[in-house]
Design a protein around this ligand. Sequence first.
Ligand code: MSP
Length: 644
Amino acid sequence: MRFVRKDVYLIEEVKDLSKTFYVTTPIYYVNSDPHIGSAYTTIVADVVARYKRMMGYDTFFLTGTDEHGQKIMRAAKEKGMDTKKFVDDLAQRFIQLWKDLEISNDLFIRTTDDYHVKTVQEFFQKMYEKGDIYLGKYEGWYCVHDETFWTEKDIGPDKLCPVCHRPLEHVEEENYFFRLSKYTKPLLDHFRSHPDFVEPDFRRNEMIKILEEGLEDISVSRTSFDWGIPLPFDKKHVIYVWFDALINYVSAVGYGRDDEKFKKYWPADVHFVGKEINRFHSLIWPAMLMSVGLPLPKKIFAHGWLTVNGEKISKSKGNAVDPRVLVKAYGLDAVKYYLLRDITFGNDGDFSEDNLIVRINADLANDLGNLVHRTLSMVNQNFEEIPDPSKEEKIDDDLKDLLSRTINDYFSYMDSFKFTEALISIWNLVKFSNKYIDMTEPWLLARDPSKKERLGTVLYNLVDVIRNISIMISPIMVKTSKSLIDRINQDLDVNMLGWHKTEKAKIEVGEPLFPRIDTKVWKKVIKMAETEENQKKAEISIEDFAKIDLRVARIKKAERIPKSEKLVKLILDVGGEERQIVTGIGLVYTPESLIGREIIIIYNLKPTKLMGVESNGMLLAAKDGEKLRILTVDGFVETGAKIS
Ligand code: MSP
């Protein structure tokens, strides 16, 4: 059944089954640890999918995992695991996470799935036949962490990744290239003729600026490792992981495999992505689609980034909390309500546990909880079932007007992904309904038998509002909505939005919807870690300090320790003496970038072995979360110089 909304009172049934909605999240790097920041994209996409389903759209909601590339291959090696086995295990974690968060995806795609591999190869063959792929030599910079190529003009003299600030690796390889430059003009034309193509508008403007500067061709294959999809026309090459990943959006809906399904859902209605991957979705992906002659997605919505308790999310800060931990403590509905209510979708925002508690107590326990509890208990105390309404007064009209405005606003806000505004408008209705109770004073009406009819009208109107609220919140607060609808014994159906459609039924008051959180005794779940870095150590005397022999050393040679992502072996010159140390800076520094640097070492540290390699001293470095910088001297001194 479908519904067409004309206005609040004219949601009419139609039998047109042609309305479809295809919504996607990015596919997650399978070896990343999901936290509330990364789960955010999927939580929001789920709300949209549920909303569209409720509106009668034949909805397809996709998420999945991105499983190829150098970073994943290295991580598997580090663990000494077979790469396929490694990704199989990790993919399960995501499948389970989305289950636990009641995410309603219709498909979970993995880039190692056979059908996807086949589609990617066919897609590439098409681009090749179109003349958009050519063999060239790539010489430039690569961020393994973000799996991103950078040109000299994107980066500074320190050769750090502009996004994650990790050191870039210099790459020199024979690669295939995609003629992205050819699509600069067609893309600009598309952006100009489709002003809603990328949202929010400030992120669209960033993309237009890049286009106006002109796009360069990009490398789309690698030969230095093999964990990826082989190019169909040159099996020595594997396809660049981003190209492989982006194609998931069409392979998931049957491109080249199931024409009927593909026609039904493609082009996608919206790709939800975080701001740092907007460029891939708004520029590269559309150019790839133009190359093979497919229509472009209708919209890319690039949301902002979340911090947690005011800090960038990082494991070492202790705020990279598993979303399930939050859900266990506060409930799924409360966490989702808070995320959508407090963080303006599109902008950066902060997930603050204190603010979450405030919202639970004020909006959920107090505003909504009180409205429901007061209304339902008065119905039960005074009537066998939901009473009939009769003559209405001015205040009833005010409530009715507000309800109708709220429903209209709700539709337009939800259609444009303005969740904060949608919830604010629903909660204005909740608050006004509480005021309506205060003004109509049903407890006084209940004492006077001659006012029974008026009491019935007031309580009917309140139940009617609760029914409407339950329907409106259902894409966000699934359980709460169901629980409310059950208590008043009605149907959860968008077609019933509007005034005076509540059926006569017995009701149940039930337990409080959201118990209040007593902040005096409540134990918060996000504990900022007492890490080594932020722990104060015990005082030491100058004599203790004098026991440490610190010296300046110059790095003569540097090489990675095989099978380790982090460990690097350094050969040092310390005042003419040659020393070998092993240090864990390999995630942040490439061996080549270390040669010739002057560093500071603990010279008299007891020798030890790391992964079987002797280490004779220790390098000093400053650590701030995942950031790490080695200490060095300010100007020239001879190696071997002492530090005091
Ligand atoms: N594998 C790529 C996407 C390929 S899509 C063809 C990728 N994966 S990811 O695991 O790094 O990111 C998944 C989603 O999480 C992205 O939308 C990303 O923006 C989002 N977030 C990760 N950390 C985030 C925050 N701290 N805050 C909000 N979203 C963030 O990118």
